[in-house]
Design a protein. Sequence first.
Length: 339
Amino acid sequence: MDDSTLRLIGYTAAGSLPVVLAGAIVLRGTGNRSLTTSMVVLVLIPILSALAGMVAVSGLMFTDELHHTLVVLGVVATVTLPAAVLLGRQQARKTVWERQIRDQERAAEQSRRELVAWVSHDLRTPLAGIRAMAEALADGVVTGDADVTRYAGQIGREVHRLGGMVDDLFDMSKISAGALRLDLGPVDLRELVDEVLAANRPTAERAAIALHAEHPATRVTVAADDRALVRVLSNLVCNAIAHTPPGGRVAISAGTGDGHAWARVDDTGPGIAEPDLPRIFDIAYRGTAARSPVAAGGLPAGSGMGLAIAAGLVHAHAGAISAENREQGCRFEVRLPLP
């Protein structure tokens, strides 16, 4: 290799290396902020380093060869920079989408683990009671007519409770799998409130809780599946009754505001512990003892999925559900878009 070639290599390296180092510093500083910026920097580094090398080789003299090189590099930059921006944005969207998918998969896996843990624990309780009472009847331990009737009634209640848990599990699986199908139509929230009030009044009376409704002055119509919304409000009312002490009150109300229709369930119970509020609608989340599914007023405890099912049904209506503590008790609110 002759001296002229060595000098050419030296001048080129002396001109391009500072550009490469500067580009690496810029890339390191912006690599975690914007994928599009990183793509642009990666495209500019070889173009600018080639330009710096050519300028160094020419001895800072504006020759015809340098002019041709500048034209070529300018055309290359004009073509590649927009392509780098577009590819960077596309790659950024793909990266964000993949990250969201991974987060959703992790959340779904966590939800499945919690659901399996719930099934193994909560379904075992009524099954153990049914097994014990059935064995007592089969072995002749219980012989009196009154005792046999009492055991049979208890078995029936446990079977009914077990059936409700299985139904909740089936509904929750459909919601989680996105297989829920809604029959949407015009629904008046006032009529739904009356229906929920009538269905849950006997339960409230057995628990010594005053259940009443507060109706708006005008009709409140939303596009919804009436059976699904009745399920939502019934779950919220049952939850409020189960966690309100005897002598307390539960109120159902509906109205409109800020372009949305809303339905609220207020109770005078102990409220929800602040650490539990962010997870109150998670599957089978029980929280602290203040809102745990302890039987109230002789009522059987629920499946632990009522609030999660309510949240899934509301989200399927493109609505939102929230819970907050008040000065006394707490409030659950369902917001639905007006048609």
